[in-house]
Design a protein around this ligand. Sequence first.
Ligand code: SAH
Ligand code: SF4
Length: 376
Amino acid sequence: MKEVKTDIKSLNRDEIAAKFVELNEPAYRVDQLLNWLYVRRAPSWDAMTNLPKALRAKLAEVFTLNTHKISRKQGSRDTTQKFLWQLQDGALIESVLIPANPSLYGERSDRHTLCVSTQVGCAYGCKFCASGLEGWKRNLRPDEIVEQIIATERWHDDQPEEMEKVDGTLKADRMVNNLVIMGMGEPLSNYDNLLKALRLLNAPWGGGIGARKITISTSGLAPQIRKLADEPEQFRLAISLHGATDEVRSRIMPVNKKYPVAELAAACDYYQNRKSKMITLEYILIAGVNDMLSETKPLAALAKRLHAKVNLIPYNKVDGLEWVRPEEEAQEAFLAALEEQDVIATLRREKGHDIDAACGQLRLKTERELRPQNVE
Ligand code: SAH
Ligand code: SF4
């Protein structure tokens, strides 16, 4: 049987250093290699010109260096960019690049957030979500998570005109400085690979992105939330709540049957007690499902108990699903009712709505287009 090689971007500094000792290579070569991977974003071994050819050949024998290929890209008017990546096995995943200050009027956008996927598809089957519609295919490996950031920056390096460079920075500087783990998949059900990837992205010799700049979003896997609370890093946590009572939540999120609101809230208490940052409760507003003003009461109570802020997100229509977003007045009324109850809340007046920004939608559309006609 063919031996499966490990990808170099799935390994941390210590693991690479141990391999270099085995290969009789001096330690400074490890830093040269890391520089090629995380700073210069080399697309191939051949690009690593200050490494001896013999070493490059040895590395190519032992490891893979996979890169994500752009299968499709959509850029919206406000410069949100959505990437559909094709992986080695043909699987499709998405990342979305969101500038903090869209350069609508030609000014620079100074911060970039990348929304990252952790699985191909999703097993949790939330009723409103495109990612779950085609089921779960597989977990992403650490390198497949890490490469989403590197490949996005590689793309950015090739766009001198289309997109402003971060003010005064060199080409080699990190462009993505915020991560939200809110792409396709349930991050906490791919726990070990996620944590490995986030540590590679957080390490000073790797991605160099601060843990406080990384937000993990979960549909509410209570045991893994507790586990994450016990990790040393100060990752931020967002909960896809979408309903503050079991009645509403179970209707749209099957995971609520396994971990009902009370159990989820207890896990959030545990997290909140161990970390310094506020938890965010994500709440998609869906007309007639969870946008009634009466729903603000249990939501406010929960937010206050958890010292959490609430992020209201108007629902993004998914082809083939019946749910609709409420009118703007209803969205604003929901926000105002929360604020009246002294809850810190924001309403996302959405960026990127015009490019199917909710993750999973570009993949779904592409897979449907590629599917042979008349075959069900
Ligand atoms: N599985 C994780 C992370 C990925 S989903 C989670 O559920 O938290 C990222 C966010 O997008 C979640 O809050 C999810 O509920 C939301 N979302 C999914 N479909 C959406 C849609 N059609 N419109 C708006 N938000 C959506
Ligand atoms: Fe999966 Fe999150 Fe979508 Fe639910 S909302 S199906 S957990 S990706």
